[in-house]
Design a protein around this ligand. Structure first.
Ligand code: ZN
Length: 228
């Protein structure tokens, strides 16, 4: 059961397996699409009534979202959506990503196996269309997760655990996607991912590093307009 759920998660298939899971998905989509605005309160009783569940699964879903940095809990006040990132937080993260991720892509190209490459191709395809037609908000938040999985898979293939954990603790993709709710981000990123895959297919480590550098720089430039 746990293995199946983990496989589903890794494959990017979003099939709610429990009440907590579906509550989590619902709140996650609203946070990512800014339907729940950054900083806004999340009243547990209201959400319980709206989603037709008890408060327990709401609390469980919120504590998971708290671990992911998307919500905050304050004593006596309760839960609220995490505030939007400042420009400084954003720029600091991108300096860090530019230091780390091109090197991770280079290492991943050196360690690439046919199985690992196939897994990356699956994540990439998930981002392209993946699944039945859904509304724009859901599509967007799913894309954010598939993108996170794609990048994490590269870090995993790279095989350096320090690099992988230092980046995953930042929950990069959840925050940058929430920063700018915009479909252009997804279309352009798809082509950049394709360039990365081309380098991996060719086993060209320098080209992989360069493609990752270009992807992160362009991602930064696309998202900077959120601060203007
Ligand atoms: Zn990406």
């Amino acid at each position: 059961m746990a293995v199946a759920a983990e496989r589903q998660k890794r494959a990017g298939v979003l099939r709610p397996t429990s009440v907590v899971e579906s509550v989590y998905e619902s709140i996650y989509h609203r946070l990512m699409s800014l339907e729940i605005a950054p900083g806004a309160r999340i009243p547990i009783d209201l959400f319980a009534r709206e989603l037709g569940v008890s408060q327990t699964p709401i609390r469980e879903a919120l504590s998971r979202l708290e671990r992911e940095g998307l919500v905050r809990k304050e004593h006596l006040i309760g839960y609220s959506a995490a505030p939007q990132w400042t420009r400084k937080q954003f720029e600091d993260l991108y300096v860090f990503r530019l230091l780390i991720e091109p090197e991770a892509a280079r290492l991943a190209a050196l360690n690439m196996t046919p199985e690992a490459l196939q897994q990356l191709e699956v994540f990439s395809a998930d981002m392209g269309q993946g699944g039945p037609p859904v509304d724009r908000n859901t599509r967007y938040s799913r894309f954010a997760r598939a993108d996170a999985q794609f990048h994490d898979a590269i870090l995993k293939i790279a095989g350096n655990d320090v690099i992988r954990t230092s980046l995953s603790s930042q929950h990069t993709h959840l925050h940058i996607f929430r920063l700018m709710f915009h479909t252009r981000v997804t279309q352009e990123a798809l082509q950049e991912h394709e360039d990365l895959l081309t380098a991996f297919r060719a086993g060209d480590s320098e080209a992989a590093a360069q493609a990752m550098r270009v992807h992160i720089e362009r991602s930064r430039d696309r998202l900077l307009s959120a601060f203007e």
